[in-house]
Design a protein around this ligand. Structure first.
Ligand SMILES: NC(=O)c1ccc[n+]([C@@H]2O[C@H](COP(=O)([O-])OP(=O)(O)OC[C@H]3O[C@@H](n4cnc5c(N)ncnc54)[C@H](OP(=O)(O)O)[C@@H]3O)[C@@H](O)[C@H]2O)c1
Length: 280
């Protein structure tokens, strides 16, 4: 039986994404908070935890800070050892001294004592990497986070982050799915294997495209062949890989049920090979 870990913690390979819960992005680009649908989002997170999913992914940015509050309300009263809470520091707080401040604010919203995995949300062009990597390390030293990770890093950027960091970089969260391989190539896999870095695949169903009957015909054919839905195929393809876990976001219980059932899907090798060739 395959085990999925992030650093020293075992996690469910299908986590709980939260982008869009408690806010979204205006067309112009700014992120906003939206309090109108909180109860439904909280119910969705609790439902997923009830199904055994324990890896909750959120960020300082999401819902302009409100998403962390939603997660905090959803996990209130849940046995802390049962869940793994990850959040991300945004660019606004990526100077060294600001990272622990952001972590403190996230902890207040989440209602927990320490973040299980604190990421920097992206490799910012305008800020030297030394700043936020040192800030993440300081957050661990201060007991605000148990482990640290990076997000949206290329192989070269990940190698540099590993070099700069005193504590292990345990995860690189990246846009990765069967149609979009992005930065995940052989070089990334080798680096991650060498340094025990888990790839946390975000947007596993490509914001619904992969769950849609209008998705690529090869996905539909493969799903029909395997006997599962396209979303299940996409998730099973990810978590069947070494050192890969994923964090689909779903606020509808039927989507959560469907995605979790991907655990049962076994993709035959020849289909995996076909799927491996689809992505760009
Ligand atoms: N680090 C980063 O820069 C970054 C960037 C993007 C995302 N993320 C993280 O990754 C998570 C996942 O990515 P994402 O939210 O962009 O995209 P995603 O998980 O690929 O797609 C989410 C969308 O797909 C729908 N969906 C999920 N399962 C479905 C199913 N079985 N059938 C039909 N529709 C389904 C959801 O609908 P309902 O909600 O209506 O159920 C939602 O609209 C985010 O929530 C966030 O935590 C991180």
């Amino acid at each position: 039986m395959q085990r999925w870990t992030i650093g020293s913690r075992e996690v469910h390979p299908i986590g709980i994404g939260t982008w869009g819960m408690g806010g979204d992005r205006f067309d112009g680009g700014d992120v906003y908070a939206d309090y109108r649908d909180d109860d439904r989002q909280i119910d969705a997170i609790r439902y997923a935890i009830g199904l055994g999913q324990n890896h909750i992914d959120t960020a300082q940015l999401y819902g302009a800070g409100h998403t962390e509050e939603i997660v905090g309300r959803a996990i209130a009263g849940v046995d802390r050892s049962r869940i793994f809470v990850a959040t991300k520091v945004w660019r606004s707080h990526s100077l060294r001294h600001a990272v622990p401040k952001a972590a403190e604010e996230s902890l207040r919203k989440l209602g927990i004592d320490a973040i299980d995995l604190l990421y920097v949300h992206a490799p910012w062009d305008a800020i030297p990497m030394e700043e936020y990597i040192a800030g993440l390390n300081d957050a661990v030293d201060a007991g605000l986070a148990h482990a640290i990770g990076v997000s949206n890093f290329t192989t070269d950027q990940l190698a540099e982050a590993i070099r700069l960091s005193r504590h292990p970089i345990v995860a690189n969260q990246v846009h990765y799915n069967v149609l979009h391989h992005g930065v995940v190539d052989d070089a990334m896999r080798v680096l991650c294997a060498t340094h025990d870095v888990t790839i946390v695949a975000y947007r596993p169903v490509e914001r619904r495209l992969l769950a849609d009957q209008a998705t690529a015909p090869q996905i539909l054919d493969a799903a029909a062949h395997v006997g599962c839905t396209p979303a299940q195929l996409a998730i099973a393809w990810l978590i069947g890989q070494d050192r890969v876990v994923t964090i689909p976001k779903a606020s509808h219980p039927e989507h959560l049920d469907e995605n979790l059932d991907a655990m049962r899907v076994r993709i035959p090798e020849e289909v995996t090979r076909t799927l491996d060739r689809l992505g760009a």
